[in-house]
Design a binder for this molecule. Structure first.
Ligand code: O7E
Length: 216
């Protein structure tokens, strides 16, 4: 996946009205948006197609899918039918569950991202012990898109080693969670950024400054 300016906007705003207000300002700088539960639970899956159509961008649906294979498949199918270009899938539920999402993606000509380790402090207890194994599982399954934390660059580097240089790795946790954009891009192909942009008094100014900082 190509990501303009290596930044994926996490559109975690509570309404379509807020989404439009933000996208009207920042869309010239972006071509990839991540939409998750905050917007979809408030406005429905229609928000995915609306953002895609109005801003001509790719949408990654962040549903962190983590159910049994049969249910995962239904979730993935309806997400792709709504227009999503990709869906984010948890790896800890195992290969069969992730495979059902991969099969759905292949049928729809779409993609999945496998979530390895999360960026928040609590991930250290349950996810960290298995996150490298999740990355290895993804490689065995032939998955080429991954998510890993910008808040622990040593571990992001290990994930990159496991998935190889040709896999596509996106990384949340820069800004408010403490990660540094430029350092993260030593290992990741693109950053996922939410609050630093949508809570900023001037989202365009902050976006321009992040773009400048990663181009230096
Ligand atoms: O901290 P922010 O506001 O820049 O937002 C980060 C976004 O990335 C937010 O939507 C959050 O749900 C998501 N995220 C993490 O912060 N950490 C993770 O480990 C994983 C994700 C995520 O997007 O998961 C799938 C990619």
């Amino acid at each position: 996946m190509e990501v303009k300016n290596k930044i994926i906007l996490a559109l975690d705003v509570p309404s379509m009205e807020k989404a439009v207000e933000l996208m009207d300002k920042v869309s010239p700088y972006l071509d990839t948006v991540k939409i998750g539960y905050p917007l979809v639970l408030a406005e429905g899956l229609e928000s995915v197609s609306r953002v895609k159509e109005e801003y001509d961008c790719k949408v990654i649906c962040d549903f962190k899918v983590a159910d049994i294979p049969a249910t995962n498949q239904k979730i993935a199918d309806v997400t792709f039918q709504a227009g999503a270009d990709a869906i984010i899938v948890h790896g800890f539920v195992g290969a069969d569950s992730a495979t059902s999402c991969l099969e759905s993606a292949n049928q729809h000509g779409k993609e999945i991202f496998l979530l390895t380790e999360m960026s928040h402090p609590g991930a250290s207890r349950f996810l960290q012990p298995v996150s490298m194994d999740i990355a290895s599982m993804g490689v065995e399954m032939g998955i080429t898109n991954y998510v890993g934390p910008s808040t622990r660059l040593d571990r992001l580097g290990k994930i990159r080693q496991i998935i190889g240089k040709d896999s596509f790795l996106i990384s949340p946790g820069v800004g408010v969670q403490g990660g540094n954009p430029k350092d993260t891009l030593e290992f990741a192909d693109a950053l996922i950024i939410g609050r630093s942009i949508y809570l900023a008094p001037d989202p365009v100014e902050i976006l321009e400054s992040i773009i400048d900082s990663i181009e230096l």
